[in-house]
Design a protein around this ligand. Structure first.
Ligand code: PA5
Length: 425
C-alpha cells in the first residue's frame, strides 16, 4: 500500500482537521454501491474479474503482437489511452530489446502528428489496438480509418488479423465492425468508466505488448484493493481524500501533483483526468495540475513559492529507486561538487525533495506526500488502486457523482454541428 504523510499539511488544517467521519460515510456509500453513479463502480472488482476472465487472452494476444511486430499503434483518447501510456512510460520508458515501440494516436486532431507517425510506420511490421468504449469518438475514429488503410496497403487480405478492438461487449459501431471483419476483441466493461479502466484490457493489452508483467500488476491490484478497504483514518485513501477536501474548503482550490521521476509524466496526465473529470462538476472541484521536479522548479518554482496562496501540493515519491549512481569524486574539484561526491544521485534527489518541501510549506503551500514502494509493477498497481479509491471517496465527500462526465459533450456537440455531421444541431 502507498503511505500518505500529512505532516506537511497539518499546519494548514483548522483544529477540527480532515473530516474522517465523512470519509467513512463516503467509503461505505462506495462499497455498498448505494451512491450516485453506483452502476460505474465495477472497477473495484475489476482485477479479480480480469484474473478469472480475459487475462490469459490478453497475454496471448500481446505475445502474438510481440513475436511478429516491431510496433503497436494504440488508437484511443482520454480514459481509453492515458492509463496505458502512464504505465508504459513509468515502467518501460525505454523499450528493452525485443519490445515493440508503442505509438499512441487518435488522442489529438493534428495532421502533423498523424503524418509523423505514418512516416515512422512505413517500413515496419505493426499491429493496431483500437480502444473506444462508445466506438463513436471522433479523434480515435479518424485515426483508425487512416491506420486501417495503412494496414490494408501493407498486409492486403491479412490486414484484419492485425487489428485488436477493445470496446463495448455488445453495442456500438466498433463492435459491429469487429464482428463483421473478425477482429480479435476485448471488452471495456459496462460498469467501468473510461478513466477507471486501466486495469481492464484497455490498459493491459498495450502494457503487455510493451513488456510489462500484467499478471503481476493484477495480482498486486487484488491485494491493494483489499488493503484499501480498511475502515480507519489510517487508510491512505481516506487520509488523502479527507485532507484535500479539507484544504479545498479553506480555499486551496488547485492541487499540483509533483513527482521527481520524469517517467511519471503520463501517470500525472492519467491522474488529472481521473480527478478533473470525477470532481469538476456542479460548480465545484479542485483543479488538478501537474509539475515535474526538479525541472519545473526552474520554471514554475517562483509561482509555487510566492504566487496566489490557492495551491496545495501532493508529491509522489518512490521509496527506492530502480538504479543507483554514486556521484564521482574528482581530485581537482574544478566544478566545486566534491561536497556531494560518493553520495548517490537518488539520495541527492531525496535531499532536494526535503528542501523543496520545507521551502513550499514556509511559502504557504500545504504539502501531502504519497510514497509508493518502487517504480515497478507492484508500485504501479498500488498507485492506481490508491488514486482510484481516494478519488471516489473524495468525490462522494464533495457531494458529486464521481462517475459521470456530462460536461465533455458540450464541445462535441458544437464540433459535430460545425463539421456538418448529419443530424447534428
Ligand atoms: O473517461 C471517459 O469516459 C472518457 O475519457 C473516455 O474514455 C473518452 O472520451 C473516450 O471515449 P471512448 O472510449 O468512448 O472513445
Amino acid at each position: 500500500m502507498v503511505k500518505v504523510d500529512l505532516s506537511g499539511a497539518a499546519e494548514f488544517f483548522t483544529s477540527a482537521g480532515p473530516d474522517y467521519a465523512l470519509a467513512e460515510m463516503a467509503h461505505r456509500t462506495l462499497s455498498q454501491k448505494s451512491g450516485l453513479g453506483a452502476e460505474f463502480t465495477g472497477w473495484l472488482e475489476l482485477p479479480q474479474r480480469i484474473l478469472d476472465g480475459e487475462l490469459d487472452e490478453i497475454i496471448s494476444a500481446a505475445e502474438k503482437i510481440r513475436s511478429r511486430s516491431s510496433a503497436l499503434v494504440v488508437v484511443g483518447i482520454g480514459g481509453s489511452y492515458l492509463g496505458a501510456r502512464g504505465a508504459i512510460e513509468l515502467l518501460k520508458p525505454i523499450p528493452g530489446p525485443g519490445d515493440p515501440r508503442i505509438f499512441f494516436v487518435g488522442n489529438v486532431l493534428s495532421a502533423d502528428a498523424l503524418c509523423d507517425t505514418l512516416d515512422l510506420l512505413g517500413d515496419v511490421d505493426f499491429d493496431v489496438n483500437i480502444i473506444s468504449k462508445s466506438g463513436t469518438t471522433l479523434e480515435p475514429a479518424v485515426s483508425f480509418r487512416i491506420f486501417r488503410e495503412l494496414l490494408e496497403k501493407k498486409y492486403g487480405t491479412k490486414a484484419d488479423e492485425h487489428i485488436f478492438a477493445t470496446t463495448d461487449a455488445h453495442r456500438g459501431v466498433l463492435k459491429s465492425l469487429a464482428d463483421e471483419h473478425g477482429w480479435e476483441t476485448f471488452v471495456v466493461p459496462d460498469d467501468v468508466g473510461g478513466r477507471f479502466s486501466v486495469l481492464s484490457a484497455v490498459g493491459l493489452l498495450p502494457m503487455a505488448v510493451a513488456g510489462i508483467d500484467v499478471r503481476r500488476v493484477i495480482e498486486a491490484a487484488i491485494s491493494e484493493f483489499k488493503a484499501l478497504d480498511l475502515r480507519s483514518p489510517e487508510n491512505p485513501a481516506w487520509k488523502y481524500a479527507a485532507a484535500r477536501q479539507h484544504l479545498y474548503g479553506k480555499g486551496y482550490e488547485i492541487e499540483i501533483l509533483a513527482c521527481y521521476e520524469p517517467s511519471f509524466r503520463f501517470m500525472a496526465e492519467w491522474w488529472k483526468q481521473l480527478y478533473g473529470e470525477s470532481e469538476g462538476k456542479d460548480g465545484k472541484g479542485i483543479f488538478p495540475a501537474s509539475v515535474e521536479f526538479t525541472a519545473d522548479l526552474h520554471s514554475m518554482g517562483q509561482y509555487i513559492q510566492s504566487g496566489p496562496r490557492t495551491l496545495m501540493e501532493s508529491v509522489v515519491r518512490f521509496a527506492h529507486s530502480r538504479r543507483t549512481y554514486p556521484f564521482p569524486f574528482e581530485a581537482d574539484d574544478t566544478d566545486g561538487l566534491n561536497y556531494i561526491a560518493g553520495r548517490d544521485i537518488a539520495e541527492v534527489c531525496h535531499v532536494a525533495a526535503d528542501a523543496v518541501k520545507e521551502a513550499h510549506i514556509s511559502g504557504g503551500v500545504p504539502n501531502i506526500v504519497i510514497e509508493a514502494p518502487m517504480r515497478n509493477e507492484e508500485g504501479f498497481a498500488s498507485l492506481v488502486c490508491f488514486f482510484e479509491m481516494a478519488c471516489a471517496i473524495s468525490g462522494y465527500m464533495s457531494g458529486v457523482n464521481p462517475f459521470d462526465q456530462p460536461g465533455v459533450e458540450a464541445y462535441k456537440k458544437n464540433m459535430f454541428r460545425m463539421l456538418g455531421k448529419p443530424g447534428a444541431v
